[in-house]
Design a protein around this ligand. Structure first.
Ligand code: SAH
Length: 339
């Protein structure tokens, strides 16, 4: 049985034609799927015969809201969604002046092992299908009854470790017959899987690439991000330069400030040197607390000094506002929970 929500539009069209349906059915069915129907019976403009055919050959993947928390501080919503196999993932909805953003997961767990992140504790269970990634946007939108305009792939998992499904998802979420969310309103964050950054550069998608850098040199990065043993900072920077050249898009570098680890003035100077001349923006994130980890947020004074030093050296650097602090919905705090 195939999941209709994991199929790209063209695949759906071929599948329907092979099943003896007219081509225009694809548009009807695709748009029902994207509106968040749970069953074939809800597709009211599709004949009973076609619905029975679909039921015999395919299914529609679903998400069930297991828990929903709303922040009293800023209205951020965190969902614990159960997948059809009982595994759970977290998805976060955030309100900004420019619209509503959803932060989605790409895997159940993560195998990247970053020392400061909750999502990787317990390792990787499995990657999400294209439909399961998409469903987070569909079901969150259905629940809040408002249009989601922006997507950040910054939830649980490493998107570039689930490359093919993430690509399918991007095509589907952008499709004009579906949610029609523009690529420029989508950010994808990676810990720096270099060969996949090169591949992504060739896809010609004007999304925003965020790179989780968190250190200005190999010594510090080796200590907090295992991926750095595989791809050194120099290789990562070269891939980023090629990405910028090919796409003409600015990269956003994420830098979590961890007290005593990567937050000195010398670190700021070294970071500015590393990124000098690149079309980029630096997103400073005071590290969020994760119970099992012994990393602490930098002091406000040190954060300010770090940012000022970067700006003084000609860099574009902002401090990310923390949302959903009272419901553990901030960066690095999302984790899978098994039933
Ligand atoms: N695997 C991808 C997607 C996760 S995005 C990636 O690594 O980019 C989540 C962002 O939050 C990443 O930049 C990640 O490094 C950062 N992060 C993880 N744990 C954090 C923590 N405890 N505090 C602040 N940021 C954290």
């Amino acid at each position: 049985m195939i999941d209709l929500r994991s199929m790209e539009y063209d695949e759906l069209e071929s599948f329907l034609i092979e099943s003896g349906e007219p081509k225009y059915r694809a548009k009807q069915i695709f748009s029902w799927l994207m509106q968040g129907v749970d069953s074939f019976d809800e597709m009211t403009n599709v004949s009973k015969k076609t619905r029975e055919m679909l039921m015999g050959k395919s299914y529609i993947s679903k998400l069930t809201i297991r828990e929903k928390y709303t922040s009293k501080l800023d209205g951020t919503i965190k969902y614990l969604f159960a997948l059809d196999d009982g595994n759970c993932i977290e998805t976060v909805v955030m309100r900004y002046h420019h619209g509503i953003s959803v932060c989605i997961s790409s895997q159940v767990g993560c195998r990247m092992g970053c020392g400061f992140c909750a999502s990787t504790i317990g390792g990787l269970y499995r990657s999400l299908t294209a439909g399961e990634i998409l469903n987070q946007v569909i079901y969150a939108q259905k629940d809040i009854k408002e249009r989601i305009s922006n997507i950040v792939m910054m939830g649980i998992g490493e998107p570039l470790d689930n490359y093919d499904n993430v690509l399918k998802f991007l095509h589907n979420v952008n499709h004009p017959y579906g949610l029609n969310i523009g690529y420029r309103h989508i950010s994808l964050s990676t810990c720096g899987i270099v060969d996949k950054i090169y591949r992504l550069a060739d896809e010609n998608l004007p999304i925003t690439l965020s790179v989780s850098l968190h250190a200005p040199n190999n010594k510090i990065r080796d200590g907090i991000m295992p991926i750095n043993h595989k791809y050194k900072i120099e290789e990562l920077m070269e891939a980023c330069r090629v990405y910028i050249k090919k796409t003409a898009r600015r990269i956003s570098f994420e830098y979590s400030l961890i007290s005593g680890v990567n937050d000195s003035i010398e670190n700021a100077e070294e970071l500015a040197g590393l990124l000098h001349g690149m079309l980029c923006h630096i997103n400073l994130i005071p590290v969020n607390h994760v119970e099992e980890r012994d990393y602490h947020k930098s002091k406000n004074y040190d954060i300010k000094k770090f940012q000022e030093k970067l700006i003084q050296l000609g860099m574009n650097a902002t401090v990310r506002r923390e949302l959903g602090a009272d419901i553990s919905a901030s960066c690095g705090q999302l984790r899978k929970k098994l039933l």
